[in-house]
Design a protein around this ligand. Structure first.
Ligand code: UDP
Length: 241
């Protein structure tokens, strides 16, 4: 973010390097129920991102000292495969993935009825197989599907999406080049029914008006992503085995 470069991110027709309009999402595909052993699972392709989510629980929290007497704990682990980016990523947890695990856990906990399952843990594994910017918000979106597939009661199906600013233009859903060379990136997670914000981060700089425009774009996009989530869930449960 904010790396100065000569790369032109918006052309003379106002289109982005991948041909999108400023308020256009990348193509998104979702599939629910892709793993046999997990209690719930889902897979998402979002632009160049390929992400798998698996949910285990609610199950007795282990080690015992992490148990909460009046609610379930939600532990999301975000992990990027060594082959998920151009430059091989060193395997294992790093500062960034620990931070992402923490913010994703908090966002997911805010929608789960955790008080129904005291002393348990709900473990959410987010495995990024291919990364192209926006993995934390795509990870939240696919985790919501895996949680629903696991039958975990939630207030809403949470949706993640980002917006930001490139070449002075507010744009939706930044890709890798836009994330690298743009001016700002604002990942968000929204509860589509109430429009509550469960996650809001900002990398880079933008004015208040630009931030407001970026947030409005995200609010609108999360409504359509939410419809795709519902369709993906319906597909799984209407499948003839
Ligand atoms: N990235 C990378 N190597 C890393 C971390 C990130 O190549 O060690 C890339 C990856 O494509 C990622 C993008 O940079 O999606 C943006 O990363 P950021 O930290 O902004 O998180 P994200 O946008 O994926 O939520």
């Amino acid at each position: 973010m904010g790396m100065k470069s000569d790369i032109k991110l918006i052309d003379d027709n106002g289109l982005r390097i991948d041909g999108r309009l400023p308020n256009q999402l990348r193509p998104i595909k979702m599939k629910v129920g892709v793993l046999q052993r997990a209690d719930g699972s889902a897979y998402i392709e979002w632009g160049g991102n390929r992400i798998m989510a698996a949910v285990y629980g609610p199950r007795e929290a282990y080690p015992k000292h992490v148990q909460e007497p009046d609610k379930a704990i939600v532990r999301a682990r975000y992990s990027m495969a060594a082959f998920s980016v151009d430059e091989r990523k060193r395997p294992g947890p790093d500062r960034r993935s620990i931070e992402l695990g923490k913010v994703i856990s908090e966002a997911l906990e805010s929608v789960i009825f955790v008080e129904k399952y005291p002393r348990t843990s709900i473990d959410v594994y987010i495995e990024v197989l291919q990364a192209d910017a926006g993995t934390r918000v795509a990870g939240i979106t696919v985790a919501a599907l895996a949680l629903a597939d696991a039958g975990i009661p939630m207030r809403d199906l949470i949706v993640g999406c980002a917006a930001g600013k490139v070449d002075g233009v507010v744009v939706l859903d930044l890709n890798k080049e836009e994330d690298n060379y743009g001016e700002a990136d604002v990942p968000m997670a929204i509860l589509p029914r109430t429009k509550e914000i469960a996650l809001l981060q900002m990398d880079g700089d933008m004015t208040y008006e630009e931030l407001k425009a970026a947030m409005d774009m995200t609010f609108e996009a999360t409504q359509s992503i939410h419809k795709m989530q519902i369709e993906a869930l319906k597909r799984k449960y209407m499948e003839v085995e």
